[in-house]
Design a binder for this molecule. Structure first.
Ligand code: 7RM
Length: 634
């Protein structure tokens, strides 16, 4: 098992070693995993060419690390506790041995359906154990899973399926989230109208509702299982650098980026960070509230915790159902020790009466976590005082889909905290702050753009099918470094506070939304000439979306009707999460002479921060700025 850092002194020593000799440091950590064959070289890297390889020559299967190796001593330990949306339904407890059998059996289902090593399999599923089973089954046979968050629209689903040419789609018929039924199969059917690569669809029956099935293409999960007699499935031997999964993340321009993660490096990075950040101990009950459709769920519900032999909780529902006490009811019921959630959830919960918290016994809690956005002061203290009762360290974990694992965070109970700061880099992580001239800022305190000076094992290896875009997006801003897209402040002690995105990605309720595809959707309305979408601060969602729209002179419907129609377009092309909070109709958008919309200015106006609009001298039409401010909706 990965060695845990137990003291601040040890953290400093390990950090030092990881910088001085990354090969030696990570080689030692990797030793504690199960490899069929050890690596020849720990690290080969050429950051300038976006080329990073860890543990080359190593052979392994990640599921042998997540399942097989626990069987002898911990076969009867609970691997997954599943908590249903409806509190009256039974929880499910799945031991490591049971999970091993279910995964092996389903891996045989995949094989039976012609899935082979290297094939892509799309998973569009609710938060049920079968999602974990399907993802691990893919990994077992070396198929690459591409999980699409089940809140995405059919258009978003089909474009992701097409981008990575998935062969098989696994879904569920229907699911309840709160009181809302979501017909996943119907969304899939719509998506499948233009996804020629999909040959088969396997449908898990989550509810008893009748389900439309297409002859020859669709079959039910249980029918597929019945065809399988062999409950064992030999794990495919993978190269350390073989892809494990693809996960799409929004880009600032154009289509989503299919981030590709490796097998060996990802396993080492997700597990090492899980162990050290959360300081998980043998009988702890760990709960991360994220959806597995996001990287947080991949790394910190499934791969990290299972490789570490932990008990991980998976929750199907929402924090507001049956009421805003649900999270705390679950903490009491399952005696949760580690609770990891997002600032947007904390802010939403903090809006409701404290009695909903006080009703429950939260004394099992030892560690709290936060991820996804900068956590504001108020939310941090509410979380600390009311949930942690001032005795649980809060690990504010900064990382990205691209980084695969936590990069900057306190180690619970080991390194010092500073409210609203992600604090210090994990061993192996070398952050740099860059100034506007592309030079590293070495003094502190300072503020700048956050980059990474050295590779770490779980860094994404490429964007599926577009290595040039990978290189351009992450490795071209600063030579030999990885650019995060975030801004950060560093205090005199070396603690980092992430200040937010510096590009055109807005994080709404923890969801990363590229503004470009939203603008595309708005532009589709025939009354719309063009638009610019920016984020602005929002009490609960962290950020919300504000659109500046120019429309045609002759529009037959009212502004309010047009607003409704625009949001409908967005909901159908991207998903309800991307709906606009504010839509302001303007006579023109501020543009540079080369014709680029100056979103920087709009961002400031939408945030009600107009004291210094920065350089407007390159504007073609400065007069519209006045007009936009005058009629601002904030
Ligand atoms: C894990 C995840 C990545 C972006 C990232 C940041 C923001 C994430 C924090 C944070 C401040 C944090 N992956 N972000 N964690 N900002 N403090 N602790 O969220 O790919 O979906 O998003 O999220 O801007 O670049 S992600």
């Amino acid at each position: 098992m990965v060695q845990k850092i137990h003291s601040y002194k040890k953290y400093k020593e390990d950090y030092q070693e990881s910088v001085e000799d990354p090969g030696k440091f990570w080689g030692k950590i990797a030793e504690s995993f199960l490899w069929r064959k050890k690596w020849d070289t720990v690290l080969e890297s050429d950051m300038a060419n976006a080329d990073v390889k860890w543990f080359q020559g190593g052979k392994l299967n990640i599921t042998e690390n997540c399942l097989d190796r626990h069987l002898e001593k911990n076969g009867n330990k609970t691997a997954i506790i599943w908590e249903p949306n409806n509190p009256d339904e039974e929880s499910r407890y799945i031991t490591y041995r049971q999970l091993y059998v279910k995964v092996s059996r389903f891996a045989n289902v995949l094989k039976n359906n012609g899935v082979k090593k290297g094939d892509r399999v799309c998973l569009y599923m609710p938060m049920i154990p079968e999602l974990s089973i399907a993802m691990l089954a893919c990994a077992r046979i070396g198929a690459i899973h591409s999980i699409v968050f089940a809140g995405f629209s059919s258009t978003a689903l089909s474009s992701r399926i097409n981008d990575s040419q998935c062969k098989l789609l696994i879904t569920a018929n229907e699911v309840y989230r709160g009181t809302k039924p979501i017909n996943l199969k119907a969304v899939c059917d719509e998506a499948l109208e233009n996804t020629p690569s999909i040959e088969k669809v396997i449908v898990y029956r989550r509810t008893v509702e009748p389900t439309q099935m297409k002859e020859g293409r669709d079959s039910f999960w249980f029918e597929e299982l019945q065809k399988i007699e062999n409950f064992e499935c030999e794990a495919e031997e993978m190269d350390a650098e073989d892809p494990l999964f693809i996960l799409y993340t929004s880009g600032s321009t154009g289509k989503p980026k299919g981030m590709v993660h490796s097998t060996g490096g990802y396993m080492v990075g997700s597990t090492y960070s899980f162990q050290n950040v959360f300081q998980y101990q043998k009988d702890d009950i760990y709960w991360c509230t994220a959806d597995i459709g996001w990287i947080t769920g991949h790394s910190y519900i499934i791969y990290g915790p299972l490789a570490a032999g932990a008990t991980t909780v998976m929750f199907e529902g929402v924090p507001s159902y049956p009421d805003y006490g649900r999270f705390w009811e679950i903490v009491e019921k399952l005696k949760v020790t580690h609770f990891y959630t997002a600032p947007t959830a904390i802010r939403a919960l903090a809006k409701h009466p404290l009695s909903l918290v006080e009703k429950y016994d939260l004394s099992s809690l030892k560690v709290l976590g936060s991820v996804g956005e900068p956590i504001n002061e108020e939310a941090w203290h509410w979380y600390n005082d009311n949930i942690g009762k001032g005795t649980c360290p809060i690990v504010d974990t900064w990382w990205q889909t691209e980084t695969g694992a936590i990069m900057i965070s306190p180690l619970a109970g080991v390194t010092p905290l500073r409210p609203t700061f992600a604090t210090m880099p994990l061993p192996g992580v070398q952050p740099a702050l860059m100034d506007e001239h592309g030079k590293e800022i070495t003094e502190s305190p300072a503020e700048g753009r956050l980059a990474m000076k050295a590779p770490w094992p779980s860094i994404a290896r490429t964007i599926y099918g577009d290595h040039q875009r990978y290189k351009d997006t992450y490795f071209s801003a600063y030579s030999g470094m990885y650019f995060t897209g975030d801004g950060a402040y560093r205090d005199a002690m070396g603690n980092y506070r992430i200040t937010g995105r510096v590009d055109d990605v807005v994080i709404v309720s923890g969801h990363n939304l590229g503004t470009a595809p939203i603008e595309n959707a708005v532009d589709e309305h025939d009354a719309v000439v063009e638009c610019a979408v920016v984020g602005f601060p929002h009490d609960i969602k962290g950020n919300a979306l504000y659109a500046y729209v120019t429309k045609y002179d002759e529009v037959r419907i009212s502004d309010d009707e047009l607003r409704v129609e625009i949001n409908k377009l967005i909901a159908s092309s991207i998903g309800a999460i991307a709906k606009l909070d504010k839509i302001q109709f303007v006579s023109g958008l501020p543009k540079t002479r080369s014709g680029k919309i100056m979103r920087r200015i709009l961002r400031k106006i939408a945030s009600n921060d107009t004291s210094n609009l920065g350089d407007t001298s390159t504007l073609l039409n400065p007069e519209v700025v006045e007009e936009i401010m005058e009629k601002s909706l904030v």
